[in-house]
Design a protein around this ligand. Structure first.
Ligand code: OGA
Ligand code: MN
Length: 276
């Protein structure tokens, strides 16, 4: 029957079946890449990829961003491999709690991420979904006054800032994204380099809009986020073990949903670098 791309009930997102990601032909990848640009989020149920297979799939989209020295695919996990979950005060737990805020990957880096691949290995009994929101549709639906107001604005994005907001004080050098020096500046409206569609480029890593106070920034970003992150621009996926998702960080926000952290949740993440 071949590959089926079924659009989700939202302004974006599609479920893709009838394809084996571990053995993709060039023609199948071309279809997937076209669908990726159109839908921005593709969910492939029940692929059960090994880390090596996931990495090979991610590499078709571009260069891998190395988040942990020596690893191209990293666990997004609340536990070590053969032990019980980390405690609530653990640095790693606090990073996971941070993921529950709307964000786009690596916006705290000078080169924000192009895309991310995430797969489910262990899932909790309830909660622990991932949710995405369409920033292209959000931009399209803004009123003219807001569009004009934000057209030329740029914001500093900082991982120290976003973690501090969830009560996590992090020192420079404590991991990827926690570097000294001025945080990178990104426009509030990002024009997609491939589709040329404009999208709101916001999220929890924004510390300050250039020329505004942090308080003014927070008010504006909160307003934009609550407008942007609502139906029909939302898609929440309840994971089954083996599912794989790839999304376009240039035009979507995403977040993890809460779950009982005494239960295990193990996801594998591969991030594709942005392009200048
Ligand atoms: C990520 C992320 C969300 C989740 O891996 O970048 O934000 O649901 N994950 O684990
Ligand atoms: Mn993320």
């Amino acid at each position: 029957m071949g590959m089926q791309v079924q659009s989700a009930e939202a302004t974006f997102g599609a479920y893709v079946t009838g394809v084996t990601l571990a053995a993709l032909s060039a023609e199948e990848f071309r279809k997937i890449h076209d669908a990726f640009l159109e839908y921005a989020l593709l969910i492939f149920p029940g692929q059960g990829l090994s880390n090596t297979q996931q990495q090979a799939f991610a590499e078709r989209f571009g260069n891998i961003e190395i988040l942990v020295e020596g690893l191209k695919t990293i666990p997004v996990s609340n536990k070590p491999e053969h032990d019980k979950p980390y405690g609530s005060d653990d640095h790693r737990t606090k990073l996971l709690k941070g993921n529950e805020g709307w964000h786009t990957d690596s916006s705290y880096m000078p080169l924000s991420a192009k895309a991310s691949v995430l797969s489910a290995h262990v899932i909790p009994d309830s909660g622990g979904e991932t949710e995405w929101a369409d920033m292209r549709d959000a931009y399209d639906k803004l009123d003219n006054a807001t569009r004009t107001k934000i057209a030329e604005l740029n914001a500093y994005h900082s991982y120290f800032h976003s973690q501090a907001k969830v009560g996590h004080q992090v020192k420079a050098g404590a991991g990827y994204g926690f570097f000294e020096g001025e945080p990178p500046l990104h426009p509030l409206v990002k024009v997609h380099p491939e589709t040329h569609r404009p999208a709101l480029f916001i999220g929890r890593h924004i510390k300050c809009i250039q020329g505004m106070s942090e308080a003014e920034t927070e008010k504006l970003i909160d307003e934009l986020t609550s407008f942007a992150c609502r139906a029909p621009r939302l898609l929440k996926h309840r994971w089954a073990v083996g599912d794989v998702a790839v999304w376009d960080n240039r035009c979507l926000l995403h977040r993890a949903r809460p779950y009982d952290m005494s239960q295990a949740r193990v996801m594998m993440h591969t991030r594709i670098s942005g392009e200048l």
